[in-house]
Design a protein around this ligand. Sequence first.
Ligand SMILES: [Zn+2]
Length: 438
Amino acid sequence: MNQNHQFPPEYFKNSQDILETSLGQLGAYQSWRAYDPGAKHNVDERYAALPALTKRDIREHFPQGFVPPGHDYQKGLDSGEIQLASTSGSSDAIRVTNIWYQPWWDAAERASWKLNSHTARLATGNHPEAILVNARNVGIISDDVDLPFEKRRLDRFLYLNEKTNPTAWSPELMNRMIHELDVFKPVILEANASFLAKLCRYAAAKKVKVYQPGLIVFTYEFPSRIFYRQIRRVFTSPAISSYGSTETGYVFMECEAGKLHQNSEACRVDFQPFKPEHGGPLIGRILVTTFNNPWYYMLRFDVGDIVRLDETQQCACGRNSGLIASSIEGRFINATLTCDGRLITLRALDDVMSTLEGLEEYRLEQPSPCVCVLHMAGQRRDKSAFGKEAAAILRKVYGKKADISIVHEEFLAPEDSGKYSLAKTLFPLNIKDYLDTN
Ligand SMILES: [Zn+2]
């Protein structure tokens, strides 16, 4: 890989400051000092020598281990300067509470807008924005009663959905969403791809015209190609991915040319490649260090996602201020294994599943190695052929010996976390077995 990216001048200073404060003064990183080769080495080498911060570490040291001297956690909470934010645990079962400092989040978001010409033009910070995600993740939950428009407005935002399970959406509720897009006229529509796809399947079937926002931004979960195609039947607006997490803020933004640029004003990203047989050196995990958050120091946080670096590290858009990724490959927890033990990222699986004619939703589970159970839903009537085609696709990926069974479903529901899981093993995988440590 060519190292053509240039980091902004502040990047190394920010990296160094966060490192020094964390190792020198924060309880969470006390045990990391033993790994630090010291100030004689450059900052990249020092980072590379350190462990990764896990959700378990956050739970163990929260909150005092992450708050720097000069900041009083309790006073910050009492005054409302900071809040607490729980993450939904994105199907990896570990719920974490984080310190939430709104000005830091907003600054990271604003910095990310520069990385795409549409957001640079449309996102002003007071643009109307409609949000279609699981209410369990963002917004106001009301599963029993439908909330009126005014109850789902907050500042410049409109929450289109107050439900935790979109399989319970009634036609009236979906009509309401479509109507509100027309009335509210969002400049940006932010959405879980799975939720927006469901609304689009409905709109396409009913042949309803839908208001076209200036831009669609996918967040919160992996945007399956299948969902993308369903959305494209209804929306012509440009659609991009914004990638980040509660812990790390805005980490990558897809530019208008379709590559993902590191938000290097707001965070440092360390990339750790997988072994070649698992997709390395271009595919690997990322560890994120946040900048400019005076309340909460995240150093080399393992977000749990797999990224494919762009081979050329150049983009037609001309931006080169940080790492360039060609795709987010999905969460490690959503990776599966071939019969000979090779890692298949969700992106790799999704690419082949999206070639199956008529498939609307799927979830692949591996109860044990070399066993695949595919739950699938679609409008095709020839279920037997539909299932056989799916099994043939999976066999090509997972191996001739793969034990494949097909379960036809009417529809699929999100997991307890609020997000859809498209694939997972039901046995544990340890990421360390896949990282190339040389
Ligand atoms: Zn670009």
